[in-house]
Design a protein around this ligand. Sequence first.
Ligand code: FUL
Length: 699
Amino acid sequence: MSTRNAILTTLAALPGFAFLPSLTNAAEPPAPCGAVPTKQQVDWLRMEWYAFVHFGLNTYTNREWGYGDENPKQFNPKNFDANAIVSTFKKAGMKGMIYTAKHHDGFCAWPTKSTEHNITKAAWKDGKGDVVRCFADACKKHGIKFGTYLSPWDRNAAEYGRPGYLDVYYKQITELLTNYGPVFEIWFDGANGGDGFYGGAREKRNIGKADTYYNFKKVVEIIRGLQPDCIIWGAGGHGDVTWGGSEKGHVKYPCWNTDMNKTEGAKWMSLEGDTPINHAGWFWHPGQGSRVKSPDVLMQVYLDSVGRGANLILNVAPNRDGQLDPADVKSLLTFGENRRRLLATDYALNAAAKADQVRGNDKKFGADKVTDGDIESYWCPNDGTTTGELVMTLKEPATFDVVRVREQIRLGQRVKKFEVDVEENGQWRTIIPNGQSVGNQVMWKLREPVKAGKVRLRITESRACPCISEFSLLKMPKQMPTPTITRKGDVLNISSAENYKVVYTTDGSMPTAKSSTFSEGAKMPKAGTVKAAYYDPSDGSLGPVAEADFGLCKVKWSGKDKAAFDDDPKTHWESGDTPTVVIDLGETQTLGAFSYLPRQDGKVQNMTDRYTFEVSVDNKSWKKVAEGEFSNLRANPIELKVDFDAPSKARYVRFTGTRALEGNGQSVAEINLFPAETAAPAKPATKGGKKSRGKRGRK
Ligand code: FUL
């Protein structure tokens, strides 16, 4: 008997040690491999998804980034009910929410002592309200976690860019982490510097290296001192979680939480995919009901974030009344229900499992640990073995289309490659030939459902002996897809899908099984809303409704810069010497709004982010009807709609790019115009601000 086993035998004889496993084969757990997550990071990963709530002055000004000179009085959500919002999140299955206590415009939605630019100056509750308190209390009441977002960039603060701002900023962190109970995550956005109000200076401030200016090391120390369990997003890499890499919510696959080539000195860094539920942006915007992402799209986002080992933060923004948009809620709850159904039945649960090798032949590391439904127990082979085969025999053959594998991440992220096979007529057929990272979990959606009674997981490469905690077989619930609606000229196109009919309306009403069936060549010659859904004649079910809010039809439009109004988002106009696009509408119209779609080819060179918009009836005298900034395009290059102050008659329109994110040119993928009667009533989009460029680093 080894010395270790001799000690164990002695211990086992003592009272209280009866739990020790069969001593003949008591194997030690493997040593951790590379970086391991903290307990807080593991707990956080178990949450999977939660809400982001962008709600502040931008909600009232129809902007994505405020300049910093907005009047706080405007904030007046008369029917704000944090409990209603939080209970919707809870109902969807979300495990928490993060509120933008301060966005880049500097308005603090709690009665802070750090700046005057705060909620005490709002019309809401005569300045006696506190949005942070309302959300924190509602989260507590409904049993989900509360987190907060505090923008480091502050376009209102006079001292921003100088050492004086840091006191303000640290004070804000301290208030938020002292006065509102436990905060599960704090978010430090990476957008920095650039122009702003800055106490009236209206200039550009350059902060140099964000990490140095904000002293994120110190920020982390402050937070850890106040709330050691709080997960820190960003903070120049000193925190616990980093950006997923796009504002589409996806993270890249393979997804590594650590430098896989380092076994020493590496740090575990979790990933979070972030995205708004509505194409209109992070804040609520008038008329956004037609732009909500459909439940099947949200499921894909979930698979591409949570299903790759990251977490998902999904933004759902309250409107000016302080309530969630009904279209957002509908999609959120439908997706939430689909997710619940996806996870409800694991066809591999309690399946018999056999492995080619078990660590020290100890049952504690046996193959059945991957089907026992316990995320902490795990199968593991001996040290030095970096491959492995596990065969699961299901109680009865099952049909599934999602395979989920999880590692025991407390011992590090190890698996580099894996494959999955099913047994069909006594032969193995590979259904996942190219699995790579696993980590907290990988959810692999198969193209087609598979029916099998025996399934095999093969780990073909691992950094050290693999430690697999769970292997599950799931079935995606029936999710009817959502059609895509486009228009070219006056010809409408609604995408088709096998086995379904397309029903649609053009009068704003919801389509039903009895609505018109779409057939090719249908026309939509006016501005207005088209709503469409797939209809399944086999069971009479109707899928989610897609909406498209079309502007004026462009068939009569002319001008030399066609690519800016050719109804093709893939093409774009790029300026030569003149930064303007002039369009002749062919007839005089009364306009209420325009929209701008930035170039969609993934480049930011010459991407216009400041503009003026003018109208004319004779192509000689021009009237400026809007000017301002298109914010956040680098991270989220979406179509942005700008409502005019008053209806404007125009036969000609002129769009001028006055600043670009990079480069000296300008560009436009598409301009749309909306008649006054269909434009949503809204405040003017943006005004003021000097010509200078905001700089936005990687988050
Ligand atoms: C970005 C910000 O600039 C957006 O406004 C939004 O807050 C998003 C979550 O992060 O970087």
